[in-house]
Design a protein around this ligand. Structure first.
Ligand code: NAG
Ligand code: NAG
Ligand code: NAG
Ligand code: NAG
Ligand code: NAG
Ligand code: NAG
Ligand code: NAG
Ligand code: NAG
Length: 736
C-alpha cells in the first residue's frame, strides 16, 4: 500500500517536473519570439502559439515560424535560434534581412524546411548549416551571400530542393552534391561559380530542374547528361561552356526548357533533340553552332520559343517548320541560312527573326525579300509532294529521295539585293520595302518643312512613307559630310546598330552613305528626347512615376544588354537625356551610337574624351581609359535627372560624397509629381535612387555593374524605413 502510494507520488513528481520543463521551454520560446523584431508588439499572456506565423506541437513547443513583414529593419542575429529545439519549418523570406547568417542556425537539428530567400543577407554560408541533416528544402536564393559552397553540403542527404541562385558565391560546384540522391531542384544560377560542372551532378537521376545559368562555368556538357531522364529544365545559359551538344540530350524525353545560349558551343545541333517531344523553350543563341538545322527540330510541335540566332548555322530552314503551331517566338537571325522561309505564321516577334542571313526569301512581312519564282516554287512543291506520295505508294523510296533532292535544290531565293550601288544604300529589317526614292519623295528631297531638329552636324527629319509608316532620318549637312570625324561617327553608328538588337535600343532601318546623300533611317519616336519631355511642363506631368520607373529600368536593361550580352561588350560613351528617345507610349530607347565602341579585350581602351558635359565619369578626365563603369556613371546621373525632373548639376558632387547625409529623399524628387507617388512604385522609386547614388560613386570599382542593377530591379524588396523618413545618407549606407 505504502509502496504503491509512493509510486504514485514518484509518478506525480515526474509528471510535474516534465510539465514544468515543458512550460519553462514554452516560456523561453515565447520570450525569444517577443525579443525578435517581428512579434515585439504581441501580448505574452495570450499564448504565442496563437500568434500569426507560429505553429506549435501538442506540447506547446514551436514547430513552425513564418515571419510576417513589419516596418522595422531586420537582423537575423536578433533571433535566438538556440531557443527553438523543436523547430521544423522556418520561413524568413522577403523580410529585408541584413547581416550574416548566424552559425547558431546549426542548433535547429529538426529543421526540414529553411527559407531565407529574397533578403540582403551577406557573409559566407555558415558551416553549421551542413549539420542540419534533416533538411528537405534549403532556399537562400536572392541574397548577397559570398564565398564558396562548402563541400560538407553533401551531408544534407535528405535535400530535395537546394536554391542558392542570385548571390555572390564563387569557387567550384562541389562534387559532394553528387551524394544528394534525392535532389530534384538545383538552383545555382546568377553567381560567380567557376570550373567545370562536376561529373557527379550528371548521375543525380532524380534531378528535374538544373539552373546553372549566368556563372563562369567552363568545360563541356558530357554525354552522361542523357542519364537524367526526369529532367525538365536545363539552364546553362551565359557561361563559358565549350564543346558540342551531345546527342544523348535526346534521351531527355521530359525536357521542357533547354537554355544553352551565350556559351562557346560548337558543332552541329544534334538531330536527336527532335526526340524531346515535350520541349517548349529552346534557346541556343550566341554560340558557334554550325551545320544545318536538323529537320527533326520541325517535329518539336510543342515548341513555343525557338532561338538559334547569332550562330554559324547554314543550309535551308527545314520544311517541317510548317508543323509548328504553338510557336510564339522565333529568332534565326545572324546565321548563314538561305532559301525559302516556309511559314505562314502571323507573329509580331517574327519581325526581326530572319535578318542577317545569307539569303532568305519569302513573305515580305518577315523583313525579307520575296522569292522571285514564288508561284513556280509553290507549284514545284505541290508537284513534288504529289509525286512523292504517288511514288511512296509504289514504294520506290529511293527514287523519291533523289527527286526530292533535285527539286528542292531549285528553291533558290531571288537575287534580292537590298543594296543599291554596292554598299552605299542599304535597307534591312523593315516590314515592307523602303527604297531610296521613297525617302527622297517623302521628304521632298529633305525639305526644311520635314525637319524636326538640328544638331551640331546635321538635321533630323520626319518622313511618312507611302505605306503610312513613319521613320526618322538623320542627315549630315553637306559641309559636314566632308569632315572625316562626322563621317566616322556615322559609319560607326551603322556598324554598331546593325549588330545589335534590343527593345530599348533605337532600331536602325537603313542608311545611305554617299558623298551626296548621307543619312540614317531610324524608327520614329513620337515624343522625341527625354530631355524635351522633362522640360515640357505638360509632358512632364504625364510622365508619371510608374512611367519614369519603367524608363529607368528599360535604359538599365539596354545597357546591361550592351555590356554583357554583346560580344565583344559595347560601350555607349554618351548616355544623356538628349540621347534617350521616347515613343507615344513612353517606351524608351537608347540612341546616338556615334561614339559607341566595342570594348576590344586586346587593346588598352585608351580613348579621346567623348560624351556630354555633366554626364561624363570624373575618372575619364585623368585616366582616359574607358570601361563600362563610365556608362554606369552616366546612367546614374541620367537616373537622378529622371527622378528629380532636372539635371542634378552640382548636387552630383554632394550626392557622391558623404555630405548628403541630411538631405531627405522625398525632397529631391521632381516637385511637379512629388508627393503623389503611386503606392505600387514607392519601393521602386527608393531602390532607383539608392542604385543611382551607387552608380555615381567617384570610385569606378565601387559602382555596380549594369547587370547587377538589373538584378536589383528584379528582386526589389521594400526598404525597411518609412518612405518619408528616408534620408539620402541612409539610402546610400543600406547595402543594395
Ligand atoms: C495582455 O492580455 C491580457 C488578457 O487579454 C490583458 O489583460 C492585458 O492587459 C494585456 N496586456 C497588454 C500589455 O496589452
Ligand atoms: C538564447 O536561448 C538560449 C536557450 O534558451 C539561452 O541559453 C541563451 O541565453 C539565449 N541567448 C540570448 C542572447 O538571449
Ligand atoms: C516562404 O514564404 C514565402 C512567402 O512569404 C513563400 O513564397 C515561400 O514559398 C515560403 N517558403 C517555403 C519553403 O514554404
Ligand atoms: C555539428 O554537430 C556536431 C555534433 O552535434 C558538433 O560537434 C559540431 O560542432 C557541429 N558543427 C558545426 C559546424 O556546427
Ligand atoms: C522520375 O519521376 C517519376 C515520376 O515523377 C518518379 O516516379 C521516379 O521515381 C523519378 N525517377 C527518379 C530516378 O527519381
Ligand atoms: C551515364 O551515361 C554514360 C554515358 O551515356 C554511361 O556510360 C553511364 O553508364 C551512365 N551512368 C549511369 C549511372 O547510368
Ligand atoms: C563546324 O565547325 C567545326 C569546327 O568548329 C568544323 O570542324 C566543322 O567542319 C564544321 N562543320 C560544318 C558542317 O560546317
Ligand atoms: C562561321 O562561318 C563563317 C562562314 O561560313 C566563317 O567565315 C567563320 O569563320 C565561322 N566562324 C566560326 C567561329 O566558326
Amino acid at each position: 500500500m505504502a509502496s504503491s502510494i509512493s509510486a504514485v507520488i514518484v509518478m506525480w513528481v515526474v509528471a510535474m517536473a516534465a510539465a514544468a520543463a515543458a512550460s519553462s521551454q514554452t516560456w523561453i520560446e515565447g520570450e525569444a519570439l517577443r525579443r525578435s523584431t517581428w512579434w515585439r508588439s504581441y501580448n505574452t499572456t495570450t499564448g504565442h502559439c496563437n500568434w500569426p506565423g507560429i505553429s506549435c506541437n501538442a506540447g506547446g513547443s514551436v514547430t513552425e515560424i513564418w515571419a510576417v513583414p513589419t516596418q522595422e529593419n531586420g537582423l537575423l542575429t536578433q533571433f535566438n535560434f538556440s531557443s527553438f529545439p523543436n523547430l521544423v519549418r522556418l520561413n524568413f523570406s522577403s523580410l529585408g534581412l541584413n547581416g550574416d547568417i548566424p552559425h547558431q542556425i546549426g542548433t535547429l537539428t529538426k529543421l526540414t524546411h529553411l527559407d531565407l530567400s529574397h533578403n540582403f543577407l551577406s557573409g559566407e554560408l555558415p558551416l553549421s548549416l551542413t549539420n542540419l541533416t534533416k533538411l528537405v528544402e534549403l532556399n537562400l536564393g536572392y541574397n548577397h551571400i559570398s564565398g564558396q559552397i562548402p563541400s560538407e553540403i553533401g551531408n544534407l542527404r535528405n535535400l530535395v530542393g537546394l536554391v542558392l541562385d542570385c548571390n555572390y558565391l564563387n569557387g567550384v560546384i562541389p562534387s559532394s552534391l553528387g551524394q544528394l540522391t534525392r535532389l530534384t531542384s538545383l538552383y545555382i544560377g546568377w553567381n560567380q561559380m567557376e570550373g567545370s560542372i562536376p561529373p557527379e551532378i550528371w548521375s543525380l537521376k532524380s534531378l528535374v530542374d538544373i539552373y546553372f545559368d549566368h556563372n563562369i562555368l567552363t568545360g563541356v556538357i558530357p554525354s552522361s547528361v542523357g542519364n537524367l531522364t526526369n529532367l525538365t529544365s536545363l539552364h546553362l545559359a551565359s557561361n563559358q561552356i565549350t564543346g558540342s551538344i551531345p546527342s544523348e540530350i535526346g534521351s531527355l524525353k521530359k525536357l521542357v526548357d533547354l537554355a544553352l545560349d551565350n556559351n562557346k558551343l560548337v558543332g552541329v545541333i544534334p538531330k536527336e533533340l527532335g526526340n524531346c517531344h515535350s520541349l517548349r523553350y529552346l534557346s541556343m543563341k550566341f554560340n558557334r553552332l554550325n551545320g544545318s538545322i536538323p529537320s527533326e527540330i520541325g517535329g518539336l510541335v510543342a515548341l513555343r520559343k525557338l532561338d538559334l540566332s547569332v550562330n554559324n548555322i547554314s543550309g535551308t530552314i527545314p520544311l517541317q517548320f510548317q508543323n509548328f503551331n504553338s510557336l510564339e517566338y522565333l529568332d534565326l537571325s545572324y546565321n548563314y541560312l538561305e532559301g525559302y522561309v516556309p511559314f505562314e505564321l502571323h507573329l509580331p516577334s517574327l519581325f526581326r527573326a530572319f535578318e542577317h542571313n545569307k539569303g532568305l526569301c519569302g513573305d515580305t512581312k518577315f523583313g525579307i525579300p520575296p522569292c522571285r519564282k514564288r508561284n513556280r516554287i509553290t507549284i514545284i512543291i505541290i508537284v513534288v509532294i504529289c509525286l512523292c506520295s504517288a511514288l511512296l505508294i509504289s514504294s520506290i523510296i529511293f527514287g523519291v529521295l533523289l527527286i526530292w533532292r533535285r527539286k528542292t535544290r531549285k528553291l533558290q531565293p531571288e537575287e534580292a539585293t537590298t543594296t543599291q550601288n554596292g554598299d552605299i544604300f542599304s535597307i534591312w529589317d523593315y516590314d515592307g520595302k523602303i527604297a531610296y526614292e521613297d525617302i527622297i519623295e517623302a521628304t521632298e528631297d529633305f525639305d526644311i518643312k520635314y525637319c524636326i531638329g538640328t544638331g551640331g552636324y546635321g538635321s533630323v527629319y520626319r518622313a511618312k512613307l507611302t505605306n503610312g509608316k513613319e521613320v526618322a532620318l538623320k542627315k549630315l549637312h553637306t559641309l559636314e559630310s566632308q569632315n572625316p570625324t562626322y563621317m566616322k561617327s556615322f559609319t560607326n553608328e551603322v556598324r554598331v546598330l546593325s549588330k545589335i538588337r534590343h527593345r530599348n535600343i533605337v532600331k536602325l532601318y537603313g542608311f545611305c552613305l554617299h558623298k551626296r546623300c548621307m543619312f540614317l533611317v531610324y524608327e520614329y519616336m513620337e515624343r522625341g528626347s527625354l530631355h524635351c519631355v522633362l522640360s515640357d511642363e505638360i509632358e512632364a506631368l504625364e510622365f508619371d512615376w510608374i512611367k519614369r520607373v519603367n524608363v529607368v529600368k528599360s535604359i538599365a536593361n539596354a545597357l546591361s544588354y550592351m555590356h554583357n550580352d554583346c560580344i565583344p561588350p559595347l560601350l555607349h560613351r554618351d548616355i544623356s537625356s538628349g540621347n534617350i528617345l521616347l515613343d507615344s507610349e513612353f517606351r524608351a530607347v537608347v540612341s546616338d551610337f556615334g561614339t559607341a565602341r566595342l570594348l576590344d579585350p586586346d587593346s588598352s581602351n585608351q580613348t579621346l574624351l567623348a560624351g556630354t558635359y555633366g554626364y561624363v565619369a570624373p575618372e575619364l578626365a585623368y585616366t582616359m581609359v574607358v570601361t563600362e563603369k563610365c556608362d554606369v556613371y552616366s546612367f546614374g546621373v541620367l537616373t537622378l535627372e529622371i527622378m528629380m525632373g532636372k539635371h542634378p548639376r552640382e548636387l552630383v558632387t554632394i550626392l557622391s560624397t558623404s555630405s548628403s547625409q541630411n538631405i531627405m529623399l522625398v525632397d529631391i524628387l521632381d516637385p511637379r509629381l512629388a508627393p503623389h507617388i503611386d503606392p505600387e512604385v514607392i519601393d521602386n522609386v527608393v531602390l532607383i535612387i539608392r542604385l543611382a547614388l551607387k552608380c555615381i560613386n567617384l570610385n569606378p570599382t565601387s559602382r555596380p555593374t549594369m547587370q547587377h542593377v538589373c538584378k536589383e530591379f528584379e528582386t526589389c524588396t521594400p526598404f525597411p524605413i518609412p518612405f518619408h523618413a528616408i534620408s539620402l545618407g541612409q539610402s546610400k549606407d543600406q547595402e543594395v
